[in-house]
Design a protein around this ligand. Structure first.
Ligand SMILES: *[C@@H]1O[C@H](CO)[C@@H](O)[C@H](O)[C@H]1NC(C)=O
Length: 461
């Protein structure tokens, strides 16, 4: 028997693993009646039980795709939260069979953006709308307020806008959701967001490495330093949780837990031994000049971390900009910085400044040429170079900080040595080159001219 119009749910959610359950409870808690479905019926019962325990939330379990779809009011919006790839296609096939023109599927998983673009096409044959929506913030975010990045059909977004605005994390300048753009833009933006997140984590771990192995800081000192940093320009969720990590003792033995964790991303086993053997560096750290000024090192590392972070965000934003230009998504970079201010893992006060930089100039070529950020980078570059130099001398790899510094220097230099690369390519492949003093493409018979020339011969002797 089909439910009567009065009892239809406002929205549906299929796929009740951790993220799905939490997001469904969040929607229900905000007062929007929601139908939930999972092939594994115990998942449905589990979610219904949780909704009851949390105070009779308007959440309704359904046990087959047809009943599930028909329990939602039209135009129907169905969020799916299943593993990316084939499971998404299977779920779409099972549900869309019962859906009608004007209904919408919202994929909330971490999907490759081109898969979303393919699915938009596929379901459009039947008039079904589609959104690929990045959801950030993990389990806690899904339940209490995530950052949401919906891209695809604007009409479909409008149908659920009121729900998303309530469900998303709330910060002082509004809910952490905005319509991202057409096609797979929501998934692409979420992907770059995750890249920025991992960049932040890498930079923080490099700062830790330098403080610990060059500065000799203990875990309790590290915890204090990160807490202090969290009261300044670096204030963010990741700096805050890092301070907490250094406080936790190992319950299974002596010392701190962080020191017992396998460095899983590091090079292991025979590869590591070979390098250590060859370099004669069994402890891995080369001792640097004694007499390190600890206080100064800590302050330098803070500045290096901040400057590197600006470069990392600048690169992420430029990746979004170039994809946006290529696909015609018309991404609003300032708005993206705004919706990352709450809910997600990279939430930080710093994002408000990025938002403002793009408000000042939406066409900004790079964050590092914004007058405010440029000034900060210049003020911090001496400290930044000291830290990277010290790390190199000590044999401690800081790939994130080094790459960020290289990015900054590439922007800073008036001329790069690519003129020589162009000359080499023209010599061996007649690829032609452009000149600094006149327009056009030029080719030169380099070898012939060089052989005929006596210029420079013997001048080095
Ligand atoms: C239901 O649950 C199982 C495992 O708990 C999961 O693999 C599956 O993808 C879920 N989703 C749907 C829509 O059935």
């Amino acid at each position: 028997m089909e439910a009567s119009a009065a009892t239809l749910s406002r929205i549906g959610l299929a796929g009740l693993a951790v993220m799905g359950q939490n997001l469904a409870l969040n929607v229900a808690e905000k007062g929007f009646p929601i139908s939930v479905y999972n092939r594994t019926t115990s998942k449905v019962d589990e979610t219904v039980d949780r909704a009851r325990q949390e105070g009779a939330l308007p959440l309704f379990g359904q046990y087959n795709p047809r009943d599930f779809v028909l329990s939602i009011q039209r135009p129907r919006s169905v969020i799916i939260l299943v593993k990316a790839g084939a499971p998404v296609d299977q779920t779409i096939a099972a549900l869309s069979e019962h859906m009608e023109s004007g209904d919408c599927i919202i994929d909330g998983g971490n999907e490759w953006y081109e898969n979303t673009e393919r699915r938009i096409q596929e379901v459009s044959n039947r008039g079904i709308l589609y959104l690929g929506m990045g959801v950030s913030g993990g389990e806690d975010g899904a339940r209490n307020g995530p950052s949401l990045m919906p891209g695809g059909s604007y009409e479909a977004y409008s149908n659920v806008k009121d729900i998303l605005m309530k469900v998303a994390a709330q910060v002082e300048d509004g809910p952490c959701v905005t319509y991202i753009g057409e096609g797979g833009s929501g998934n692409f933006v979420k992907m770059v967001h995750n890249g920025i997140e991992y960049g932040d984590m890498q930079l923080i771990s490099e700062a830790y490495d330098v403080l610990k192995h060059v500065g000799g800081l203990s875990n309790s000192e590290l915890s204090e330093i990160f807490s202090e940093w969290n009261r300044g320009e670096l204030e963010s969720f990741l700096i805050e949780i890092t301070a907490d990590i250094f406080k936790v003792k190992d319950e299974a033995g002596d010392g701190y837990l962080v020191d017992k964790i396998l460095d899983k991303t590091g090079m292991k086993g025979t590869g590591k031994w070979t390098v250590q053997q060859e370099a004669g560096l069994h402890d891995g750290v080369v001792s640097v000049k004694s007499g390190i000024d600890k206080k100064r090192l800590i302050d330098d590392v803070r500045q290096a971390l901040y400057a590197s972070k600006i470069c990392s965000y600048a690169q992420g934003m430029n990746l979004l900009r170039s994809k946006s230009d290529e696909k015609g998504w018309n991404l609003n970079l300032g708005e993206l910085a705004r919706i990352w201010k709450g809910g997600c893992i990279i939430r930080a006060v710093f994002l408000d400044r990025i938002k403002k930089a793009y408000q000042r100039n939406p066409k900004l070529a790079s964050l590092i040429v914004d007058p405010e950020f440029a000034k900060e980078m210049v003020q911090r570059q001496a400290a930044w170079r000291r830290v990277v130099g010290l790390a190199i001398s000590a044999g401690i790899s800081t790939p994130g900080m080094c790459a960020s510094l290289a990015y900054f220097d590439t922007y800073r230099r008036a001329r790069l040595p690519a003129n020589l690369v162009q000359a080499q390519r023209d010599l061996f492949g007649a690829h032609t080159y452009e000149r600094i003093d006149r327009p056009g493409a030029f080719h030169t018979e380099w070898t012939k001219l060089a052989r005929n020339s006596t210029a420079g011969v013997g001048s080095l002797h």
